[in-house]
Ligand binder design. Structure first.
Ligand code: GDP
Ligand code: IMO
Ligand code: MG
Length: 433
């Protein structure tokens, strides 16, 4: 299908990067459509680990066009650093295009992000501190600076001479000890503009033309459905629309360009930062999953909270994204456990609740109800090879039961199963089932 969207169905870090990297082999264009460098997508190719924040995961395949769409917010210094780091590892970014409509994250956005969090005291969001919220706020307030302006030195100067004094006043009012040096910022960002200029263009036209040619386009989401600004656990969310519908708007193409939507879910759940998490585990089990799953943030290094898979969340995500297929990642992390649990619904005041509530006060009173499964054995390399060759029926029986149960309860067909961290450790069921 020409337009395929990949989005997270939980609170981020579901393994989207790895799934996009795998599917990118069949696509000609890969587009990131929202978020910024709050995202951290890890892809392991052989023994090489790549951590991508701004760059679409498709950048690792040099014959593809990688696009940063209009819905993204960009920290140009970070982006250039990422491009440089890849170049040092022999990967060129000559196949990258950046939307002239994407907004720029300025140093005052980062400072405001920190200052706002400090002011919140006991009710912090636990942001990544990358300036994402303030950058999207400025976009909505029509005070933002777009990439098309960053690359035009005169326009940039005009915009910054207006914005910086205003933001410095705000920073002082927010109790920030640091403010922005106008002259330094002007020089720094004019240089970023010069360096990035060759890559900045109307990317909507590029994606549109690719689709018209019949090329395959992969739309790469960041964060996850439960971090969506409208549908997530507000206010403990990010500042962009993370659901599949935004792949169109955030890339500059019509919704009719989105033909398939793959939802990525871990076989369990993780969350970084603050906010509700109904199936969260504490103690030994949490530690075991976190350790085996390497659950430490790609972006901030913070440890991720871990819990069981939540089908209330998955069904809700399906209702918002319209998944045509499910990618279940990290089933290997639960390998070797005696018992694996899945939350099928919540109980609220003695009643069964199957739809995720919008009111966090109600959510707090919800009690998850679990179905218990027998654990499955770890797969050694011979067994892994056998599964990758032989398909679904070669998986451990209890894992097959687990996956079938998730499919039945969510109404989504599983198309990919993550069996390990490497690019090759992925079972592709698209032809088989
Ligand atoms: P993303 O933000 O959704 O792209 O996910 P992250 O990259 O932040 O976090 C997912 C982590 O799990 C990364 O370290 C991946 O390398 C790793 N990963 C992805 N799929 C699998 C899998 O099937 N098994 C294991 N063990 N690790 C995986
Ligand atoms: P990927 O793309 C997990 C979380 C932060 C915080 C909240 C708001 O790697 O899945 P922000 O800096 O966006 O204003 O922070 O959102 N968050 C993520 N959690 N994965 C991500 O991205 C995230 N991006 C933001 O931890 O709770
Ligand atoms: Mg991540």
């Amino acid at each position: 299908m020409p337009g395929l969207v990949v989005v997270g169905s939980q609170w981020g870090d579901e393994g989207k990067g790895k799934i996009v990297d795998f599917l990118a082999q069949e696509a000609q264009v890969i587009v990131r459509f929202q978020g910024g460098n709050n995202a951290g997508h890890s892809v392991k190719v052989g023994e090489e680990l790549y951590k991508l924040h701004h760059l679409p995961s498709g950048i690792l395949r040099s014959d593809k066009l990688a696009v940063i769409g209009n819905g993204v917010v960009i920290d140009p210094g970070v982006l250039l650093g990422e491009i440089e780091a890849l170049a040092k590892r022999g990967k060129s970014a000559s196949n990258l295009r950046i939307s002239d409509r994407a907004h720029v994250i300025m140093p005052y956005h980062r400072l405001l992000d920190g200052a706002e969090e400090r002011l919140r005291k006991g009710s912090k969001v636990g942001t990544t501190g990358r300036g994402i919220g303030p950058a999207y706020s400025d976009k909505a307030a029509r005070l933002g600076i777009r990439m098309g302006e960053l690359i035009d030195e005169n326009l940039l100067e005009e915009k910054l001479r207006f914005a910086i004094p205003l933001k410095n006043k705000l920073l002082q009012a927010f109790g920030s000890e640091t403010t922005i040096d106008e002259k330094k910022a002007l020089e720094e960002f004019a240089e970023y503009g010069r360096l990035l200029k060759p890559l900045v263009t109307d990317t909507g036209a590029i994606v549109d033309e690719a689709l018209s040619r019949g090329d395959k386009v992969l739309f790469e989401g960041a964060q996850g459905t439960m971090l969506d600004i409208d549908h997530g656990t507000y206010p403990f969310v990010t500042s962009s629309t993370t659901v599949s519908g935004n792949a169109a708007s955030g890339s500059g193409v019509p919704p009719s360009a989105l033909h398939e939507v793959i939802g990525v879910t871990k076989a369990y759940t993780t969350r970084v930062g603050e906010g509700p998490f109904p199936t969260e585990l504490k103690g030994e089990l949490q530690e075991r999953i976190a350790e085996k799953g390497g659950e430490f943030g790609t972006t901030t290094g913070r440890s991720r909270r871990c819990g069981w898979l939540d089908l209330v969340v998955l069904r809700y995500a399906h209702s918002l994204n319209g998944f045509t297929g499910l990618a279940i990642t990290k089933v290997d992390v639960l390998g070797g456990m005696d018992e694996v649990k899945v939350c099928t619904h919540y109980r609220l005041d003695g009643r069964k609740l199957t739809r995720f509530p919008s009111d966090l006060r109600i959510l707090e009173r919800c009690e998850p109800v679990y179905e218990s499964f027998k654990g499955w054995e770890d797969l050694d390399s011979t067994r892994m090879e056998d599964v990758l060759k032989g398909g679904f029926s070669r998986l451990p029986r209890s894992l097959m039961d687990y996956i079938r149960f998730v499919e039945k309860e969510s109404g989504i067909r599983t198309v990919l199963i993550g069996l390990g961290r490497r690019r090759s450790e992925l079972l592709d069921l698209r032809k088989e089932r």
